[in-house]
Design a protein around this ligand. Structure first.
Ligand code: UTP
Length: 289
C-alpha cells in the first residue's frame, strides 16, 4: 500500500527560540529564504505524499497563510513579469493539498498526532517533524515508505547520534534485520546516557499504521508531563512489528540554535547565487575567530 498522507505537527511553543517565537511560529523561521516547514512539505511531495495535514495552534496563522494563495502579491508579480518570484511563491501550494487542524492545548507530540485521526482514517500515514531537516539524494521519507512497502509495518526513521546526545531523543532498543533495517524491541524517551539502550535515535520521520491511534488514546502523560508519541509506539510494538530504518542523509537539528545556524550556513553555501560571496565572507571571518 502506498503512503499518500502525511502529518506535520507544528503546534508546539518553540520555547528554545524565544523571543523570536513569541509571535512567529518556529516552523516559519527561514533557512536562507525559505521557511523550515516548506523544506518539510517539499520532502513530502518528493516522497509521493498528496495530502498534508498540519497541526497548528493559536498564534500559528502565519503557517496557514504561507500555504494559501497570496492573491494580491501574485497579481503584482504577474503584472511585473517576475516569473521566478511567482514560481517561488506558488512552489508548494500548487503541488499538494494542505489541510489544517488546531490542537487546542499543547499536551505533547503524541496528542498532536492524535488530532490527525479523522484526516488519516484507517490507512498508514507519515509523521514529519519540522525540527529535523534532512538533505539526501533520495528524500528521507521516501526511504521509509519504500521500507514500509516491503515490511508492511510501521517504520521509524533513525540515525546514530552518539551516546553524549541520547538525552535529547527517543532512543531505540532494537536488533538489526539486514543492512540499514532494524526491528524495534523498545524505545525510551530522552534517557540519561547510562540508561540508554543504544545511541539509535528516532529523528522526526515516521511511517505508522492507524493502530497507533488506539495506542495514543490510551497513552498517559509521560516524560515532561506530555503525551509522548514514543510511549504510544512502544505500546504499538506489543501488538504489531515496528521497524526502524537508518536513513541515508545529513540531518540538521533545526529545533536547536546550533543546528539552525549550521543549516543556515551550509544551505547558503550550497546555493549558486550565494556561495561565492558568502563563502568569501566566511573565509574572512574564520581568520578573526
Ligand atoms: P518539541 O518539543 O521539539 O517542539 O516538539 P516545541 O515544543 O515546539 O519546541 P521547544 O522544545 O519548546 O523549543 C516536537 C514537535 O512536536 C510539535 C512541535 O511543534 C514540534 O514540531 N508539538 C509538540 C505539537 O505539535 N504539539 C505539542 O503539544 C507539542
Amino acid at each position: 500500500m502506498k503512503i499518500t498522507k502525511a502529518v506535520i505537527p507544528a503546534a508546539g511553543f518553540g520555547t528554545r527560540f524565544l523571543p523570536a517565537t513569541k509571535a512567529i511560529p518556529k516552523e516559519m523561521l527561514p533557512i536562507v529564504d525559505k521557511p523550515t516547514i516548506q523544506y518539510i512539505a517539499e520532502e513530502a511531495i518528493a516522497s509521493g505524499i498528496t495530502e498534508l495535514l498540519i497541526i497548528v495552534s493559536r498564534g500559528k496563522d502565519a503557517i496557514v497563510n504561507h500555504f494559501d494563495k497570496a492573491f494580491e502579491l501574485e497579481a503584482v508579480l504577474e503584472r511585473d513579469n517576475k516569473q521566478a518570484m511567482l514560481d517561488a511563491v506558488r512552489e508548494v501550494s500548487d503541488k499538494i493539498d494542505v489541510h489544517f487542524v488546531r490542537q487546542r492545548e499543547q499536551k505533547g507530540l503524541g496528542h498532536a498526532v492524535l488530532c490527525a485521526r479523522a484526516f488519516v482514517g484507517n490507512e498508514p500515514f507519515a509523521v514529519m517533524l519540522g525540527d529535523d531537516v534532512v538533505v539526501s539524494d533520495k528524500p528521507c521519507l521516501k526511504q521509509l515508505t519504500e521500507q514500509f512497502e516491503k515490511v508492511g509495518s510501521s517504520v521509524l526513521g533513525v540515525q546514530r547520534v552518539g551516546m553524549d546526545c541520547v538525552s535529547k531523543y527517543g532512543i531505540l532498543d532494537c536488533d538489526r534485520v539486514e543492512g540499514r533495517l532494524y526491528k524495534m524491541k523498545s524505545m525510551v524517551e530522552k534517557p540519561k546516557a547510562e540508561e540508554a539502550p543504544s545511541d539509535i535515535a528516532a529523528l522526526g520521520r515516521y511511517v505508522l499504521t492507524p493502530a497507533v491511534f488506539k495506542c495514543l488514546e490510551r497513552t498517559p502523560r509521560g516524560a515532561g508531563g506530555e503525551i509522548q508519541l514514543t510511549d504510544a509506539i512502544v505500546m504499538l510494538s506489543k501488538t504489531e512489528d515496528v521497524y526502524a530504518y537508518d536513513f541515508e542523509g545529513k540531518r540538521y537539528d533545526i529545533g536547536s540554535k546550533q543546528g539552525f545556524l549550521q543549516a543556515t550556513v551550509e544551505f547558503a553555501l550550497g546555493r549558486d547565487d550565494l556561495k561565492d560571496e558568502f563563502g568569501a565572507y566566511l573565509k574572512t571571518l574564520v581568520k578573526t575567530i
